[in-house]
Write a protein that binds this ligand. Structure first.
Ligand code: PMV
Length: 320
């Protein structure tokens, strides 16, 4: 049997204006538009061998069980009908499934490595459409820097993909990642989203105000207005968590230290250091700031957190 191998590397992105909720669960189409920053330093490196003895998925040197690998191989089924058995070897240099956006780097790297190994010539936009079907946020990691993910209108989802809005060197900001816990989250974002949209009375308001959030944030990015962007980012974050808190049963990813970091950010701001927070499906806090303030912010949160990282705007998905 002939085989071909390709390796791709991708970085996580953190949403400034959040994606939460689906208009189509099968195609993974979002109910809201979102906007993100692709980051450096953290990455997923994935090699796909198209044509092997059997389907095999290794993550961080450990062969994954059938249940864990099912998502990966169902994703590869999207590429071609009757694909051959494949080997997928993936490595994260940061905690997996802990609210640090590992699914974004995972599915964008997988989309690129698999399509090249399968000898399909896909544009970056087509890769974004593909990656989206593995994990929504992965559609944004294909590009460097500042990226918007449009909801799209089409039923087949071909207009729901990332769009680059500014490159990584557009603005010298940093994202300070405050790691409260690197343990896996209690409920997946996919399950929590579905639970939210079917039970939270806040969900409609969340959907109806998302486009305004994106428009304001996009303008702030173009004008390099950190305060405007930061305020809108916190607003989007808190609206997203309001829908989670009011879900039945309630979804609460936060830990006491999450709020302690939020308070520290507010105190820093009151002391004249411009910084704003966001969180995802996990207890960790991400703090957006100017590059020159990142170290001082990291020192202020160090006593509260398990670990911290200072990440800068990073590259899009690329082949190695
Ligand atoms: O891409 P998913 O299905 O893991 O969902 C990500 C959802 C959030 O991280 C909470 C928000 C976002 O826009 O990335």
């Amino acid at each position: 049997m002939s085989s071909s191998t390709a390796t791709a590397r991708s970085h996580p992105n953190i949403a400034l204006i959040k994606y939460w909720g689906k208009r189509d669960t099968k195609l993974n189409l979002p109910a809201v538009p979102s906007l993100s920053l692709t980051l450096s330093q953290f990455h997923t490196t994935t090699s796909v061998t198209w044509g092997s003895n059997k389907d095999l998925f290794c993550l961080n040197n450990i062969e994954q069980s059938n249940t864990q690998s099912a998502k990966v191989f169902q994703f590869l089924d999207l590429l071609t009908p009757n694909r051959p058995p494949c080997t997928v070897v993936s490595e994260n240099n940061f905690p997996t499934a802990a609210g640090l956006a590992s699914s974004a780097s995972a599915f964008s790297a997988l989309a690129m490595a698999a399509s090249v190994a399968a000898d399909l010539q896909l544009s970056t936009t087509a890769l974004s459409v593909l990656a989206r079907q593995g994990s929504g946020s992965a559609s944004r990691s294909l590009w460097e820097g500042w990226v918007e993910w449009k909801m799209g209108k089409k039923l087949d989802g071909t207009d729901s993909h990332g769009i680059p809005i500014a490159p990584r060197d557009h603005w010298d900001v940093r994202m300070v990642m405050a790691v409260i816990s690197s343990q896996q989250k209690p409920i997946s974002s996919r399950a929590a989203m579905l639970q939210t949209q079917s039970t939270s009375p806040m969900y409609d308001a969340w959907c109806n105000t998302a486009q305004t959030d994106v428009d304001i944030a996009k303008k702030a990015i173009m004008e390099k207005n950190l305060e405007r962007l930061g305020r809108q980012m916190e607003h989007s974050t808190l609206k997203m968590f309001s829908t989670m808190f009011t879900t039945q049963p309630s979804v609460r990813y936060w830990k006491p230290q999450t709020l302690a970091v939020v308070e520290a950010v507010e105190q820093l701001r009151n002391a004249g250091i411009p910084c704003w927070y966001t969180m995802d499906a996990g207890p960790n806090v991400k703090i957006l700031c100017h590059a020159k303030d990142a170290k001082q912010i990291a020192s202020a949160i160090r006593p509260i957190v398990e670990n911290h990282y200072i990440l800068e705007p990073g590259h899009g998905t690329h082949l190695l």
